[in-house]
Design a protein around this ligand. Sequence first.
Ligand code: PSU
Ligand code: MN
Length: 299
Amino acid sequence: MLIHPEVKEALASNQPVVALESTIISHGMPYPENVKTALEVESVVRQNGAIPATIAIMDGQLCVGLDENQLEKLGNSPHVWKVSLRDMPYVISQKLIGATTVASTMRIASLAGIQVFVTGGIGGVHRGAENTMDVSADLTEMGQTDVAVVSAGVKSILDIGLTLEYMETLGIPVVTFGQDAFPSFYSRKSGFQSPLRLDNPLEIARLLKSKWEIGLIGAVLIANPIASEFEVENEKIETFILDALDKAKSEGIKGKELTPFLLKTIANQSEGESLEANIALVKNNARLGALIAGQLVSI
Ligand code: PSU
Ligand code: MN
């Protein structure tokens, strides 16, 4: 594992550090907005008092904290692997370039000693999973690795109700920041109530500490609603999602290709509106994650 010197020093001196994933760069957004966003998200983390550590696998090496050239490579190379947990041994031993999903980013963050991780949206239980059994390893990893995950909720390409049920089964607390409704990425609502609500970063840090102090293993999902001005109407997104699901079915897209395919198809159909929302909400999450990390090192 290669930990960037700045990140290493921050961890050694108990300064707040925020881990960031890289699949969102390589498979979640188009170039060059992806690299630009990755850099801006890092700077939002800094503006809010923490050190960013974007995580990826470069030539087989686990990297915690990337420089601009590495981000550019992830954002603009044709052969970047989407690396979830099961892909890690292959990409490491074959010395490949891999962008890490929520699951593998959490694991690497935890190995490096980082407790707070910021992403856009997590993977979950796909619609139709009662037949396909397509449940993201993000969820099972959240059941076993002690990292706080800040996301804008769960995207409605997934079955949000089943995803919430699955997290309950795994003992993952789901806390929404500042409201009762559980958000659905592009929208502040999802039709589901949040199991828990907390209104400030200090209380969230206290919840994390309480969980891990008593030896309850696993993540906490912190759902941070998108700002109202960037929300995309639910009905509009739902049309795009249904179209994208149809297209995936007719083209036989499944397994690890499914999530990137759906994200890309929806982004194309919404002509940039969903991309703009995506960028805004990741920055919003970066801010909250940095504030939580700041509280966590001081309580
Ligand atoms: N959901 C999003 N945006 C994303 C992803 C999911 O709204 O970028 C990415 C994340 O990296 C997540 C991964 O960890 O997709 C989940 O993929 P899968 O469903 O194949 O586990
Ligand atoms: Mn899957």
